[in-house]
Design a binder for this molecule. Structure first.
Ligand SMILES: Cc1cc2nc3c(=O)[nH]c(=O)nc-3n(C[C@H](O)[C@H](O)[C@H](O)COP(=O)(O)OP(=O)(O)OC[C@H]3O[C@@H](n4cnc5c(N)ncnc54)[C@H](O)[C@@H]3O)c2cc1C
Length: 488
């Protein structure tokens, strides 16, 4: 007999969350993690120089903010060392023609930025946020529960505030939505860049909702990040598990059976990322029309056409570095605790194929040169980014990201593509999207399960709900453990 009620394989934030709810509900939990540290894609490392705390993978913890975990403070993670910081500006977006758009936490201020390009587009932004109010209750409810069959999803959407218009939005591509609603080309690039940030190709069907949910989320929660580093989330969850008598063992991989591995081989990866990490002497100052601006987040996308060219090159396995799509992060602008006094950490991300036409191994030969080219391409968008301010650098190609975490399979950073056949009812497999598996007593969670990748914690919480229900318990037992003791 095992000493444990529940054994969890992998210590990413999702499985830790399932484990934390179960531990709080009174179950004895053991977590086995293959890597040396917990956290998976929400880990931290001194990747460049001592004292510089980098997030090798996720930095923004945006999607988890609307999870009831945070919304209702269900596990009181703030008591376990987790504190979120809300950058303002949300992000700066400089263009090569000298124009710029800045998203501010204040909606009127963001609209004023858009109105410099087009009054009509600023109004269209308010209309988009208002439409989201009609869609949000339906979409959030879907994300917070096991997936429903597609026909039911459509019926519920049709019954919602937007009626058939809501259904049409869900079926559309995000690029169609953006081009229908916004006319000016910089403004279109601004919205396309935000909508692309969970790496779904925006020209694919059923991506329309991203033009609403991601945009509204950024406006509401900013580019939110944990003080101290991304690993503060898994560390807080680990403390809850340990406080309840649970145990976490690292460097302990679980062996997966061959037929399971064969099934994984059929999974389709998502768009993949390339990340260069720098320690800097000063923060990059981005050129905006209001003057040079240090910003936690910088967006780089010249036009919708540049995004389409990037997607075409991606699908062909070609490195297209002429006009790259960029996400640049300088967390130390708001969180000085991540670096020695006055110094900065900087992450330069682009969206480049794992599957190079010459094979993924090619990455080892070209990655340093690719990082140089990306750096040179954004330097003109700043007043000060040059080798002069670089103290150290470590480059992670999509192949390196897979080596770092087997869950980044084929470099896929968001649990695999969220195409219609790998989403909702079909994620990870039709008939098994409720976190149960064909093996009695075996459950699955993580980015490969509904509602997919990102730091949302939703697969973890949803899985906990099902697991606890099957064990005769509930999330409520985890959220109010003392009341439960009183009842007993
Ligand atoms: C470069 C990069 C940047 C990103 N940026 C963001 C961002 O800013 N915001 C955002 O929301 N999302 C971002 N993401 C995506 C996000 O980080 C992931 O989708 C999310 O963290 C996945 O969490 P998870 O708990 O499902 O799994 P993971 O974090 O992948 O954890 C899985 C864990 O399981 C372990 N494991 C795997 N196999 C075994 C085994 N056989 N035995 C034992 N342990 C095993 C792994 O070592 C790992 O620790 C980024 C991802 C990458 C790679």
């Amino acid at each position: 007999m095992s000493d444990w009620d529940i054994i969890v394989a992998g210590a990413g934030h999702n499985s830790l969350l399932t484990a934390a709810y179960a531990a709080r509900a009174g179950f004895k939990v053991m977590v086995l993690e293959g890597a040396r540290e917990i956290g998976g894609d929400t880990s931290c490392e001194e990747m460049t120089l001592p004292g510089f705390i980098h997030d090798p993978c996720a930095t923004a913890h945006n999607l988890i903010q609307s999870n009831p975990l945070m919304r209702e403070n269900e596990l009181q993670l703030d008591r376990y060392g987790l504190k979120y910081l809300y950058p303002d500006p949300v992000f700066a977006m400089p263009f090569r023609d000298g124009r710029s758009i800045t998203m501010w936490r204040d909606l009127d201020r963001t609209c004023a930025e858009l109105a410099r390009f087009s009054q009509a587009d600023a109004q269209a932004y308010r209309a988009l946020l208002s439409d989201w109010q009609g869609l949000a209750p339906i979409v959030n409810d879907e994300r917070e529960h096991p997936p429903r069959p597609p026909a039911e999803v459509i019926a519920r959407t049709r019954a919602g505030a937007l009626g058939d218009r809501g259904v049409a939005i869900r079926q559309a591509t995000a690029l169609d939505i953006i081009c229908e609603r916004f006319q000016e080309q910089h403004v279109r690039a601004f919205f396309a860049w935000i909508a692309f940030m969970t790496l779904h190709p925006l020209d694919e069907p059923q991506t329309g909702m991203l033009a609403f949910s991601l945009v509204a989320g950024r406006q509401r929660f900013s580019w939110i990040l944990p003080e101290g580093g991304s690993n503060r989330l898994p560390l807080a969850l680990a403390r809850i598990i340990q406080e309840q008598g649970g145990e976490i063992m690292t460097s302990t991989p679980e062996n997966l059976p061959a037929d399971y591995l064969a099934g994984i081989a059929r999974w389709k990866p998502s768009v993949t990322m390339f990340a260069a990490h720098y320690s800097l002497d000063e923060p990059p100052r981005f050129k905006t029309e209001a003057g040079p601006m240090a910003s936690v987040t910088m967006a780089g996308l010249e036009s919708i056409g540049a995004l389409q060219r990037m997607l075409a090159a991606f699908r062909a396995g070609r490195l297209e570095l002429e006009d790259p799509v960029i996400l640049a992060l300088t967390p130390t602008v708001i969180d000085p605790s991540r670096a020695p006094a006055g110094k900065h950490t900087f992450k330069l991300i682009s969206f480049l194929p794992y599957a190079l036409a010459e094979g993924p191994e090619r990455w080892d030969a070209v990655k340093e040169d690719v990082a140089d080219q990306l750096f040179e391409s954004i330097a003109p968008l700043t007043t000060n980014l040059s080798k002069r301010i670089v103290l150290g650098r470590t480059v992670n190609s999509p192949l390196d990201l897979e080596r770092r975490n087997p869950a980044n399979w084929r470099g896929s950073c968001h649990g695999g593509a969220s195409t219609p056949e790998q989403s909702g009812w079909y994620r990870p497999v039709e008939g098994w999207s409720s976190y149960r598996t064909p093996v009695a007593g075996l459950y699955q969670t993580g980015a490969c399960t509904h509602p997919g990748g990102s730091v949302s914690g939703l697969p973890g919480r949803n899985c906990a709900a099902i697991l606890l229900e099957d064990l005769g318990s509930s999330l409520q037992d985890a959220i109010h453990p003392r009341e439960k003791e009183t009842v007993i």
